[in-house]
Design a protein around this ligand. Structure first.
Ligand SMILES: *Cc1c(COP(=O)(O)O)cnc(C)c1O
Length: 207
């Protein structure tokens, strides 16, 4: 299936994030020429030169989806429109403060870990609830949703259960967006209420 056919086949409430980490700028340009403007990067060091090489395409919105180290916050706030991977209140406060200093207003999502997964960062859902009112009242950021990554060892049904949990938790917090689903499990995520799916290898081929 070609790219446009694929994108048009997604439900209208589902937005496609093309995860361009590990991909050269030429491939990003090629997708942008087909009307894809949301791109995700997970490593600051890799992303910054790409952002500057692609500055001529004004429509591009950059989404940061990787683990965000505190010393990289300023660069991410300056260059990215959306941050999917806020994994602690401390990080949220730092992003808020630096966004104020840089006169930016990034959209952010809280990354939540619904299962134990030593490989992944994220809030425990209960801990997020404990800090929730602090979080949503931080200035200079707009909290739009939750992001989750399903552990690699889950089967399709277990993933659906996890994605359902994420959707229900977002609804409870009155958040519109759920960023969930990657190349391996985007179908399950769409079925369970994702509003953003993050596809890398499915779109670009292997990295
Ligand atoms: C790399 C990455 C993706 C995309 O992974 P694919 O399996 O290539 O689709 C999605 N989300 C996050 C957080 C990633 O780091």
């Amino acid at each position: 299936m070609d790219f446009k056919t694929f994108r048009n086949s997604l439900p209208s409430n589902v937005k496609l994030l093309a995860v361009s980490k590990g991909q050269p700028v030429e491939k990003i340009r090629a997708l942008a020429s087909k009307g894809q403007y949301d791109f995700g990067e997970s490593r600051v060091q890799e992303a910054l030169p790409k952002l500057s090489l692609l500055q001529d395409i004004n429509e591009i919105r950059w989404h940061f989806i990787g683990t965000l180290q505190s010393n990289k916050v300023r660069e991410v706030v300056k260059g990215f429109d959306v941050i999917h991977s806020i994994d602690s209140i401390k990080l949220a406060k730092r992003v808020s403060r630096i966004a104020g200093e840089e006169e930016k207003n990034p959209k952010v999502m809280a990354q939540v870990k619904f299962r134990e997964d030593p490989d992944k960062f994220g809030f425990d859902s209960q801990k997020l609830l404990n800090v929730w009112s602090d979080f949503i009242h931080l200035p200079n950021i707009e909290v739009i949703g939750l992001m989750t990554i399903s552990p690699i060892d889950l089967d399709s049904d277990q993933r659906k259960i996890l994605f359902r949990e994420c959707r229900l938790f977002a609804d409870k917090l009155q958040l519109k967006d759920c960023s969930m689903g990657m190349s391996r499990d985007w179908k399950e995520a769409v079925e369970m209420g994702a509003t953003w799916i993050r596809l890398g290898s499915f779109l670009f081929g292997s990295r």
